[in-house]
Design a protein around this ligand. Structure first.
Ligand SMILES: Nc1ncnc2c1ncn2[C@@H]1O[C@H](COP(=O)(O)OP(=O)(O)O)[C@@H](O)[C@H]1O
Ligand SMILES: [Mg+2]
Length: 361
């Protein structure tokens, strides 16, 4: 009788398409059953792509059937592909499974820092991730991702996103002259967003995150009009003034009919590296009443930590260079909660692509 261990060893050679880790390393293999003359394998992958499922099927069957002389039954569970749900039903980027708009009422609360770290956390969990810096007033994603000096590659009229820390990135900061953003007015903002959506060639993605400009203006509206935004995330700090702005952000999501995935409370407490004591500099837990009022959830609390700022300044996000530290764990948990929310949203409105159809070989 074959042992699970042996099957696992074979499956751990199957690299998940687009990544350098195997389906076993990503914990995508959820069950292995061995019967007399049959192996049954269950996979749960984050991609809705039929091409990826097909590629995995072929490789798994090939590897297993050369190693063992048994029938292979393979179940691949995939998320539902969302239906086009934006108010006017448009989706100018049909190869992308989910769109997440990250907003904040005001600048400086750590929106970009949070977005970068969540995006990389999602990629570490096996999702194909894109990040679009749409913050026309302060596009600082290139610096935070360490790609400030890299020029984007133009292929004719289209632009190739830049690969960094396991995700695809493009920033309006890489596309306009430095300082030009200061003079942008309403119609130009809308036009710039639409142009970017049209011109950047992302390829297939499981999720594209948008780092939005602070506030509730034209950029948010332009995005919602051109894409079925799957969910919105609000980043705030626990200060009272930041919370007032957060309310405006939440109302904007509601008005644009964007489901709210939750709130990230950033700079929530400070753990002193000298004595390990926690200090609540801006307060803590002050988002609770808001969460209740909007029937949403707290995605997570991220403390103030010097290493987070240093990671941003040096282009080496903390989740990338210290994936096991406490703050990185917070970002990972936020990413998991966000992903679960996206699955939930798609389950209730999505179109089934290929749901647990067994393939028998
Ligand atoms: N949790 C945190 N701990 C320490 N510094 C942080 C934290 N979050 C953000 N920062 C720092 O605060 C500053 C503002 O963050 P940023 O992400 O640029 O904000 P926003 O995009 O909302 O304007 C940056 O210098 C960043 O490194
Ligand atoms: Mg920012």
């Amino acid at each position: 009788m074959i042992e699970k261990k042996e099957i696992n060893r074979v499956l751990s050679k199957v690299i998940y398409p687009g990544f350098s880790k195997s389906i076993v390393d990503f914990n995508f293999v959820t069950d292995i059953k061995i019967e007399e003359n049959r192996i049954t394998i269950n996979l749960d992958i984050p991609s809705a792509s039929t091409a990826i499922a097909k590629q995995l099927k072929e490789e798994i069957v090939k590897r297993l059937s050369t190693s063992f002389n048994l029938e292979v039954v393979l179940y691949i569970k995939q998320p539902k592909m969302p239906r086009e749900t934006s108010s006017n039903g448009r989706n100018v980027l049909p190869n992308i499974q989910n769109f997440v708009m990250v907003s904040s009422g005001k600048g400086g609360v750590g929106k970009s820092t949070t977005t970068v770290n969540i995006a990389i956390a999602l990629a570490q969990q096996g999702k194909r991730v894109g990040l679009l810096d749409a913050d026309i007033y302060g596009p600082n994603i290139p610096r935070m991702m360490g790609i400030a000096d890299i020029q984007p590659i133009f292929l004719g009229k289209t632009i190739k996103p830049i690969d960094a820390h396991g995700i695809k990135v493009m920033s309006i900061g890489s596309l306009v002259e430095r300082g030009a953003s200061l003079i942008w007015k309403g119609a130009m903002v809308t036009q710039a967003i639409e142009q970017m959506l049209e011109d950047i060639k992302w390829g297939d993605l499981d999720v594209l995150l948008f780092d939005m400009p602070p506030g509730t203006g034209d950029a948010q509206l332009a995005l919602a009009q051109n894409l079925p935004v799957t969910a919105g995330v609000c980043v705030t700090t626990p200060q009272k003034v930041a919370l007032d702005d957060t309310i405006r952000s939440m109302d904007m999501f509601k008005n644009l009919k964007i489901p709210i995935a939750g709130i990230v409370e950033n700079m929530s407490g400070f753990i002193c590296p000298d004595n390990g004591k926690e200090y609540n500099i801006f307060g803590k837990g002050t988002t609770q009443p808001l969460i209740k009022a909007y029937s949403t959830q707290l995605l997570g609390e991220v403390p103030i930590e010097p290493a987070i700022r240093e990671g941003g300044d040096s282009g080496q996000p903390i989740i990338s260079i210290a994936p096991d530290c406490e703050t990185a764990k917070r970002y990972k948990s936020i990413a998991e909660k966000l992903w679960d929310y996206l699955l939930e949203i798609n389950k209730n409105g999505g179109v089934s692509n290929e749901e647990i159809q067994p393939t028998i070989f």
